[in-house]
Ligand binder design. Structure first.
Ligand SMILES: [Zn+2]
Length: 228
């Protein structure tokens, strides 16, 4: 990666912020793995280390999140390049960059939980999932009442990351109030002004996705005709 000429003090500060961010992302990875939100190599996590020049700490591709180590977190520039090294940044780095740019997010977290996978598939025809009436909505930034209506748009999944990041930018522009986006049969993206807020958003949204998923399963069981 081409870094602009930085003073020794500046690069030392950047190095310090990067190693602190890497440690925090390791902790997030292990915690989310233990909750079943990022099993195996799934999920990826990032934190903005510097805005000018733009630098993002992001988990490397293909790493087991239950055994994530700080050296498996890479520093990338605004194009997603990490320079030479044995590891490459997450395949979904472009999506993190699109969110960090569009939402001015300080951190982007992506999970592959069972409930986000199921609901993003079952609700895909509607184009999104509406969450309303739940007290837990108040954990989302700027939300002060359970009457808040949260819309989580659902984007069709793709392995073409350039096309997917364009879809993300369109959807984020169309729904400026949304706190998260679902990728169909894939998982949840959420963000925050910093890692603590992004992490809280994962906890809140994963809780609500599970509530809605369980309520839907219960309702479909109740609707079955009795065999008696
Ligand atoms: Zn993913």
């Amino acid at each position: 990666m081409k870094l602009r000429k930085a003073s020794t003090g500046e690069s030392r500060r950047m190095g310090g912020r990067f190693s602190e961010a890497a440690q925090q992302l390791v902790e997030v990875g292990r915690s989310f793995h233990s909750r079943g939100w990022a099993l195996g190599t799934s999920g990826n996590f990032s934190t903005v280390v510097s805005r000018n020049p733009f630098r993002l700490a992001i988990t490397a591709s293909g790493i087991d999140k239950g055994r994530l180590k700080a050296r498996q977190v890479l520093l990338v520039n605004a194009q997603g390049d990490s320079g030479r090294g044995p590891l490459r940044p997450s395949d979904e780095t472009k999506l993190h960059l699109a969110i960090a740019r569009t939402r001015e997010a300080g951190s982007v977290l992506h999970t592959h939980s069972i409930w986000s996978t199921m609901l993003s598939e079952t609700m895909a025809a509607v184009g999104g999932l509406r969450l309303e009436g739940f007290e837990m909505l108040k954990g989302l930034s700027g939300v002060h009442t359970h009457q808040h209506q949260e819309w989580l748009p659902i984007i069709e999944n793709s392995q073409d990351m350039a096309a997917l990041s364009r879809s993300f930018e369109q959807v984020l522009g169309r729904y400026p109030g949304s706190h998260g986006v679902l990728l169909r049969a894939h998982g949840l993206y959420t963000w925050g002004r910093d890692l603590a807020e992004a992490r809280r958003h994962v906890e809140i949204l994963e809780f609500l996705l599970e509530v809605v998923g369980r309520m839907n399963s219960h309702a479909s069981l109740e609707a079955r005709p009795s065999r008696h």
